[in-house]
Design a protein around this ligand. Structure first.
Ligand code: HEM
Ligand SMILES: *[C@@H]1O[C@H](CO)[C@@H](O)[C@H](O)[C@H]1NC(C)=O
Ligand SMILES: *[C@@H]1O[C@H](CO)[C@@H](O)[C@H](O)[C@H]1NC(C)=O
Ligand SMILES: *[C@@H]1O[C@H](CO)[C@@H](O)[C@H](O)[C@H]1NC(C)=O
Length: 210
């Protein structure tokens, strides 16, 4: 979406004149999750097909580039998917795609799956082949509000390497380029066990002050 890219580039001067882009203020809003007692800095894209992303970073993140974080992700779609780019663009960045797990059994009905992905082109991102570890801490699927949310630790997620391309989110700079995307379409697990999704209906970028 052209509008979103422009908003990201000139966010500091133009945020207030581009309301249709839902440009995010860099300074997020604190949110403490009652279940895990974790406090996140959160950024919200409001409305249906919006989302909220939260980051909890190690105390040293402003001194030394962090590699790990605890994340909060609430996606305003019941059966679709939403994703975050930790590099601020769809391409050449580590992407985290979350969805209410269609394979979930009764006892894990609240399962939210997170699939790390990567792509160099504007097409279905491939599974990320680099080294990272995602551990879910909590998950809820809420049919009444048509949303799902998850809290997870993401170790080695703030630097990435795939197919000879490397990148990182420099927390020591105090500002991260992030991006989001969301689709109301249900992901499908194909015969090889991999995730198939269709292109997002909404997407955008923002600068996050950490
Ligand atoms: C089948 C899957 C996907 C397809 C076909 C697709 C396709 C595209 C296309 C064509 C654009 C350019 C749109 C424009 O400039 O007008 C785009 C932009 C974007 N996509 Fe995707 N996408 C897919 C999955 C994803 C995923 C999983 C994420 C994030 C987790 C994502 C994040 C973004 C973002 C943030 C942008 C705008 C910023 C940028 O241009 O890098 N996309 N996508
Ligand atoms: C929640 O975390 C805060 C800050 O780390 C701590 O001071 C507080 O005691 C914790 N509360 C509970 C109920 O664990
Ligand atoms: C890796 O790079 C090659 C050539 O640049 C490209 O054709 C291929 O799609 C890439 N694979 C992934 C998983 O990004
Ligand atoms: C791989 O990631 C784990 C955390 O998930 C980290 O402890 C380990 O050092 C990493 N290994 C390499 C080779 O980077």
């Amino acid at each position: 979406m052209y509008c979103s890219k422009v908003a990201a580039t000139i966010l500091t001067v133009a945020a207030s004149v581009l309301p249709a882009c839902h440009a995010q203020a860099p300074a997020g809003t604190p949110y403490t999750d009652p279940e895990t007692n974790t406090t996140f800095t959160t950024w919200e894209i409001p409305g249906p097909l919006g989302l909220t992303f939260g980051l909890a970073l190690p105390d040293s993140a402003r001194q030394v580039d962090a590699t790990d974080f605890t994340g909060y992700l609430k996606c305003n779609t019941a059966i679709g998917w939403c994703g975050i780019s930790l590099g601020g663009a769809m391409t050449d960045s580590l992407l985290l795609v979350a969805y209410a797990d269609p394979n979930s059994k009764l006892e894990t009905e609240n399962a939210v799956a997170i699939s790390p992905r990567y792509t160099s082109t504007y097409s279905l991102p491939a599974p990320y082949t680099g080294n990272l570890s995602i551990t879910p801490l909590s998950a809820h699927v809420d049919e009444s509000t048509k949303s799902f949310e998850t809290i997870f630790t993401c170790a080695s997620c703030l630097h990435w390497s795939q197919n000879g391309t490397e990148g990182r989110a420099k927390t020591s700079s105090g500002m991260l380029d992030l991006a989001w995307a969301i689709s109301p379409e249900k992901p499908v697990i194909d015969s090889t066990g991999d995730l198939r999704i269709v292109q997002h209906e909404k997407e955008g970028t923002w600068v996050a002050q950490v």
